[in-house]
Design a protein around this ligand. Structure first.
Ligand code: X8Z
Ligand code: ZN
Length: 607
């Protein structure tokens, strides 16, 4: 029977993996007496859960910072042990179905059920198989390498770097195609992974894993789907104008034979492996040449900022809001750079180990502005994890997954030219209408292409999980969505044996992705509310809350609550509304929208 699913939140791969990770001691899962009250059950559950976080967190950290057969075994074992516990506890919790319980107890039970991104079948062999598949796909992604015809071998991060800097279409296409070869061997494993996780989801009462994921937003799955579509339609006009302009400029740059003006943009020419951020095209797109010096990268290079200095810069922002300094262990235990002698998962993540007392990030930091923003993003996770550490383990999470992803990105919106100049990352902040447009273009190239992209990734998975998209159709369905939403297409034929979705971290690592779409909306809502709290007057895009303890206090109050309340309550406390709302992002980019419309006049847009 499907119970009250109204009070749900986020979860990470097998409880802890991926972008915001937690961890703490298990008492071995002693069988509870059936006379246990719901409150007693929840108290025991929280203690045992903290134990699993500790164990799986330690195993996960060692695995992703040192990928070997041995660490793979340890991670798989820890995750399988968690999965066994999870299935058993959800079953035990059913004793309390239909009982009239305090809201907090009911919420804890509802969240328990959702506290995994890959529920396991109730069978030891299948459970182990699922855990091993998850571990091996993540490792294969982390250790993936492509050797080109000249025998030059590059890992994921080197290929990503190349995509941001090269302007040679043939070399870009080779790197783009090359990285996708690492995913081909994952296709069958992924299909089996889906089969097993779906069986686990059905055991918990969901139709499939996609329905379970969509249930983690305090809405029915259908309401959530409708809400995301509504938000996308509100933001789409902005994307369409940007797409039209970027295609025209790329057509001039590369020639219209390379970038035809009546169709999708070739996916390898957007300065990013997945065309999800177009920031690295700024020099081509700069609206007013040389107006407003916004080049943070050149400052990082000329002053030779170390990775640690880049992280210190982000920490200082949070501290300026009245938040605490990061603990010493953060600086001792984090991974800031790619080790030379071993395989690691370079994809950035933030870890809240030991119940939020042991915070860390794991990144392979590069010296550029985009990376600096990723650091601010990751510290948003860490500050959230630190803020909710006094909550019981089951509430040590974001109000929903989108909240977790939105914290650091809210702070990024405060990295205005005024702020950057104040902390010495650019020269003087120039004040003119042209400077505003340049700055808006720079922001939009990073944020706006993420809107369709973050919408489509899980739409693909929803189709895979519900069986509409079968393995033979994986790649075609993927490119249909990329064409429809993003207006991008591969420049070379893709075949059934290809598994292009697997070349994006969150697919092999099984991290749900709609969280980033929600975050794109929430970051602007949060920013608007914090700017109000800071007493900002004037356009939203000029606001930085740097140094505002009033804003910091409001922010912290939200962070401290973790997932203890349904997110609409949490949202209302900060913003005064219970709805996700795209008006803040649309307002923010109003000046750029005017510029783009002017530029696109007379062009034929669309694909
Ligand atoms: O995965 C991330 C973060 C870690 S949570 C680096 N992001 C998504 C991505 O890289 O695809 C942030 C933006 C979207
Ligand atoms: Zn994140």
């Amino acid at each position: 029977m499907k119970r009250n699913l109204l009070l749900l939140v986020v979860f990470f791969a097998l409880g802890f993996a991926a972008c915001a990770q937690r961890s703490s001691d298990d008492n071995g899962g002693e069988a509870a007496a059936s006379t246990e009250t719901a409150e007693e059950f929840v108290a025991r559950m929280n203690t045992e859960l903290a134990g699993h976080y500790r164990e799986a967190g330690a195993a996960g950290w060692v695995y992703s910072t040192y990928i070997t057969e041995d660490t793979a075994l340890l991670q798989s074992r820890a995750n399988a042990r968690y999965a066994e516990w999870h299935t058993r506890m959800v079953e035990e919790s059913m004793r309390y179905d239909g009982q009239d319980l305090p809201a907090e107890t009911r919420r804890a039970l509802d969240l328990l059920k959702l506290n995994t991104s890959a529920p396991a079948p109730d069978d030891a062999d299948k459970r182990n198989e699922l855990a091993e598949l998850g571990t091996s796909m993540e490792g294969a992604y982390g250790a993936g390498e492509y050797c080109d015809a000249g025998g030059n071998c590059r890992g994921g991060q080197e290929l990503e770097n190349f995509m941001t800097s090269s302007r040679d279409p043939d070399a870009l296409l080779d790197a783009w195609q090359g990285w996708r070869t690492i995913a081909i061997p994952m296709r069958n494993d992924y299909a089996r992974f889906v089969e097993l996780a779906n069986e686990g989801a059905r055991g918990l009462g969901y139709a499939d894993l996609g329905e379970m994921w969509r249930s983690s937003y305090d809405l029915t799955p259908a309401e959530f789907e409708a809400d995301t579509l509504r938000l996308w339609n509100e933001m789409k006009p902005l994307y369409d104008e940007l797409h039209c302009h970027v295609r025209a400029e790329l057509g001039e740059y590369y020639g219209e034979d390379v970038v035809p003006q009546d169709g999708p943009i070739p996916a390898h020419l957007l300065g990013n492996m997945w065309a999800q951020s177009w920031s690295f095209l700024y020099d081509i797109m700069e609206p007013y040449d040389g107006v407003a010096e916004l080049d943070v990268t050149s400052t990082l290079e000329s002053r030779n900022y170390s990775p640690e200095e880049m992280v210190r810069s982000a920490e200082s922002f949070y501290v300026s809001l009245g938040m605490p300094r990061l603990p010493d262990t953060f600086w001792e235990r984090s991974m800031f750079t790619k080790p030379a002698d071993r395989d690691v998962v370079c994809h950035a993540s933030a870890w809240g180990l030991d119940g939020g007392n042991d915070l860390r990030i794991k990144m392979c930091i590069r010296q550029n502005y985009d990376e600096l923003r990723v650091i601010y993003h990751e510290l948003g996770h860490n500050y959230y994890q630190g803020a909710y550490r006094d909550q019981p383990a089951i509430f040590q999470d974001g109000a929903n997954g989108g909240f977790h992803e939105a914290i650091g990105d809210t702070v990024v919106l405060s990295m205005t030219p005024g702020y950057l100049a104040e902390v010495g990352l650019i020269g003087e902040a120039e004040q003119s209408e042209e400077a505003v447009i340049n700055r808006q273009m720079q922001m939009a190239l990073g944020i706006v292409p993420a809107l369709p992209w973050t919408k489509l990734v899980d739409e693909w998975r929803w189709g895979v999980f519900n069986g509409e998209t079968t393995p033979d159709n994986y790649n075609d369905a993927w490119w249909d969505l990329r064409l429809n939403y993003q207006g991008v297409a591969p420049a070379v034929e893709r075949g059934t044996e290809d598994f292009d979705p697997g070349a994006k971290y969150h697919i092999p690592a099984n991290v749900s992705y709609t969280r980033y779409f929600i975050a794109r909306v929430l970051q602007f809502q949060f920013h608007r509310a914090l700017c109000d709290a800071a007493g900002h007057e004037g356009p939203l895009h000029e606001c930085s809350v740097y140094g505002s303890e009033e804003a910091g206090e409001r922010f912290w109050a939200m962070l401290e609550a973790g997932s203890s309340e349904p997110w609409p309550n949490t949202l209302e406390k900060l913003t005064g509304t219970r709805q996700m709302d795209a008006t803040a992002i649309v307002d923010y980019f109003q000046p750029l929208m005017g510029y783009l419309r002017e530029q696109n006049e007379g062009r034929s847009c669309g694909w």
